[in-house]
Design a protein around this ligand. Structure first.
Ligand code: ASP
Length: 331
């Protein structure tokens, strides 16, 4: 009898958990860094809040209609790559030579399929090239001229000249190249879709003044990008060398899966303990298979936003942040 009651209680608890489960979740980031200047400036911060909100709404439209996580991640990152506010696509930071070299990755948690590209100079949307590597090749990562030849072969949009990615802001940075200065960032998107599939995507211009074909963490599967339906989807931003050394994205999934830490515990540990003690500056966004999400950072701030819908509740909840404060937007 007692045993039956325990079983009944367990069933009730699990159905309660099921009833509270999130139908779909989308989390985005637009890079981590100092941010104090942006936060203190109402005009500039409003621009970022609006852009983050637009990105979330693009994802919401796709996910609410039952679209796949990969579709949402691609559309959101496309939007960021077209927006000069962010260090991805147009608006990307420059190399020490004053050129633009772009990296991107996408990973699907359902079957661990992944695609990544590095050092692109002429592909309009690096995230499309990453997706093509995932879906149209037997490889995971392509770089430089080879990656571009592949993108051409796949009929992806190409730009005529590398200066397509320049903006008045980056032109000023090119003038400042001789001065010591740091201008980084990255964009990312993680999704749990209605089918329970997790997807992660990241796109970046990399680190300001990078040299010698330097590749950061964003396209390195397991470092800046990772997704596994058995644990979580993760996209990182920050000083890529540290994120590679700590295999941050996979590290988070492994802590969650093997140590059974909560998503928040695992993400906080990596960002605030592992990375911080090594001076690895940055943050990450992550969503787990149950729809929990985390957005920790150890820098001055991180452009970030979340949106989710509970099962059986028509209301969509969303918020965006630059510093510690999360602002509910668009309502
Ligand atoms: N993680 C990127 C890289 O190292 C840069 C950034 O997110 O700020 O290339």
């Amino acid at each position: 009898m007692i045993r039956q009651m325990i079983v009944l209680a367990a069933v009730m608890l699990s159905s309660l958990a099921f009833a509270q489960e999130r139908e779909y979740v989308i989390v985005v980031h637009g890079g981590a860094g100092a941010m104090t200047g942006v936060e203190a400036d109402p005009v500039r911060s409003a621009r970022y809040y609006a852009a983050l909100d637009s990105a979330l709404m693009i994802g919401d439209k796709i996910l609410s209609e039952g679209g796949e996580g990969t579709e949402a991640v691609l559309a959101v990152i496309h939007y960021f790559e077209n927006n000069p506010l962010f260090n991805a696509g147009v608006g990307a930071t420059c190399t020490a030579e004053g050129t633009f070299e772009l990296d991107a990755a996408i990973m699907r948690g359902e079957d661990l399929s992944a695609g990544a590209v590095a050092g692109l100079k002429l592909v309009k949307h690096p995230i499309d090239a990453a997706y093509a590597v995932m879906t149209k090749s037997e490889h995971v990562m392509l770089s430089g001229a080879g990656a571009e030849a592949f993108a051409r072969e796949q009929g992806l949009d190409m730009v005529e000249d590398n200066s397509y990615f320049a903006t008045p802001k980056t032109m000023k940075w090119i003038e400042e190249l001789k001065r010591e200065s740091k201008k980084n960032g990255t964009v990312g998107c993680v999704v749990l879709d209605k089918r329970g599939n997790l997807t992660a995507g990241t796109s970046t211009g990399g680190m300001f003044k990078k040299r010698w074909g330097r590749i950061g963490d964003a396209p390195v599967i397991g470092a800046g990008t990772y997704a596994d339906n058995n644990s979580c989807a993760v996209s990182c931003t920050g000083h890529g060398e540290y994120f590679i050394r700590h295999a941050v994205a996979f590290n988070l999934c492994a802590r969650y899966k093997y140590l059974r830490e909560s998503l928040e515990q695992a993400a906080d540990h990596i960002i605030h303990t592992e990375l911080n003690t090594n001076a690895g500056n940055g943050g990450l966004i992550a969503v787990d298979k149950n729809g929990n999400f985390a957005m920790p950072y150890n820098s001055g701030g991180m452009f970030r936003g979340f949106l989710y819908k509970e099962k059986g509740n028509p209301e969509v909840k969303k918020g965006c942040g630059i510093g510690t404060k999360i602002v509910v937007v668009g309502e």
